[in-house]
Each structure stands twice: as C-alpha cells, then as structure tokens.
Design a protein around this ligand. Structure first.
Ligand SMILES: [Zn+2]
Ligand SMILES: [Zn+2]
Length: 253
C-alpha cells in the first residue's frame, strides 16, 4: 500500500468520523473518533500516527500504525498505557519504556501492526496521583497499599477506549502482543475478535537484565536493590529473551 492511498483511506475515515457519536463502550460509555493522521518516521521504523478524540472526557489517544491496517484482519496490536515518567524520562521505577520500545521495534519490522497509546497514566489514576503514590511508596507502602491509601482500586485501567479505537480503524481481527491472557479476555468482552496472541519478548540489554536478576532473587515482582517494589504500570510483564520458561511463568503471576 502506497502512502498516498493510505492518506486517501484516512481521509475517508476522517470524513466518516466527523459526526461520530455512538452509545459508547464500557462502564463509562467511552466513544472516540479519529480527528487527525500523519506520517511518523521514527527510530523504530516508519509509522503513521492517528489521533483520536474522546468525546466523554476530552482525552487524546493515538494509534501508531505500521503498514496497511485499515480494514485488515489479524493485525498485530500492542496496548500501551501512558507513563510519562517511564516512557519519556526513562524512570527505573517501572519498565514501561522498555516495553514500549520493544513493541515499536517489533512492529516496525512487521508488514503491518500498531501500538495503541492509551492515556491512562499511572494505571488510570493520573500523573499527579501516581506521583503521590510514588511518594507513599518512598515512605514504605507497597504499590497496592499506596493506591488504596489514595482511594483508588489497585488497577483503574479499562480497555474500552482501545476496543473503540480498533473499531474506528475498522480492524477485523487482531493478534494481541501480550503475555497476559486477561487482556485478551477484556478486548473480547468489548467485541474485538482476537485470533492469536504474540508473546511480548524483549531483547536483554544492560537495562532489562535487571528483571532477570531481580527475578532470580525475588518472587516475580520488580523490586529495586533496596527492597522496594516498583509500581507496575503496564499490566503484563514482558518476557526478556533468554529468560527460562519457568522464570517467564512466575514473572507473569
Ligand atoms: Zn463511538
Ligand atoms: Zn511506567
């Protein structure tokens, strides 16, 4: 598919989305519409970026797409929840950036695929509350206790937005890039056809070798060397290439 026809396809979608307003998905009746698209060459490959507007809470979500995805079947898809501290600043309190980079690298080499970048910072509690939770963790609470102390459930994430984005792009079926079967269940419940699961495997580097080391020392959670558990923002742990099956299994429990 050439770029010009991609643009033409997006123009048609944009026109169709102009007045879109449906009953919405999930408990919050989320409805999104496509409002803009552009080419996005990146260090991980040549992508397009598609911007969605959420007509319920004004949040701006994006799909980073590779190749001809509109109306396609069996599209490899990675769901990534926004993490400013990890994705942008490279925080070591979480592994979000490693996961995002691994997904973009993987999809960048594929014929087609996409990352849905979901604006549900800090497991859905928002940036300020996430930093408040970090602060409580600094004082010794664990991640779950910190969230509960702030009045949130352990995990406020919801994939209704992701499901609607896939519908907006007329994706017929997806191959979900995840190590977490629960994510497949959630999307399926929202009416997305998931035909396959692609394991999310990261290549080891100086950085994520840390997972293997902590895994070897502790039981499945990301814990720094002073013994504090890190905030788990993405809901499935990546498998680091070279990790034994046993390690990977425990890692995802
Ligand atoms: Zn809608
Ligand atoms: Zn993070």
């Amino acid at each position: 598919m050439t770029t010009s026809t991609m643009h033409e396809q997006f123009q048609v979608l944009l026109e169709e989305n102009k007045d879109h307003n449906c009953a919405g998905l999930g408990k919050d009746h989320i409805c999104v519409k496509i409002v803009a698209m552009a080419e996005l060459p990146s260090r991980f490959g040549d992508f397009h970026i598609v911007a969605f507007e959420n007509n319920r809470d004004g949040k701006e979500h994006v799909a980073i797409t590779k190749g001809d995805v509109i109306g396609a079947s069996d599209v490899p898809v990675r769901l990534h929840s926004e993490c400013l501290t990890g994705d942008v600043i490279g925080s070591l309190r979480c592994d979000c950036r490693d996961q995002l980079e691994a997904a973009l690298k993987m999809i960048g080499k594929m014929e087609r695929g996409m990352v849905l970048y979901l604006r549900q910072e800090g497991r859905g509690i928002g940036l300020i509350n996430k930093i408040r939770a970090y602060s409580l963790q600094d004082e010794g609470l664990d991640t779950v206790e910190a969230n509960l102390a702030l009045g949130f459930r352990d995990d406020e994430r919801d994939y209704a937005v992701a499901a609607h984005m896939l519908m907006s792009l007329k994706i017929r079926s997806v191959r979900l890039i995840t190590n977490n079967p629960k994510k497949i269940q959630q999307l399926t419940d929202y009416g997305i056809k998931v035909t396959d699961r692609i394991p999310h495997v990261m290549e080891p580097n100086d950085h994520n070798l840390f997972y293997l080391q902590t895994k070897a020392a502790k039981s499945g959670h990301l814990i720094d060397f002073s013994g504090k558990e890190h905030f788990k923002e993405q809901d499935d742990r990546p498998i680091v290439s070279g990790m034994s099956e046993e390690q990977a299994k425990v890692f995802n429990e």
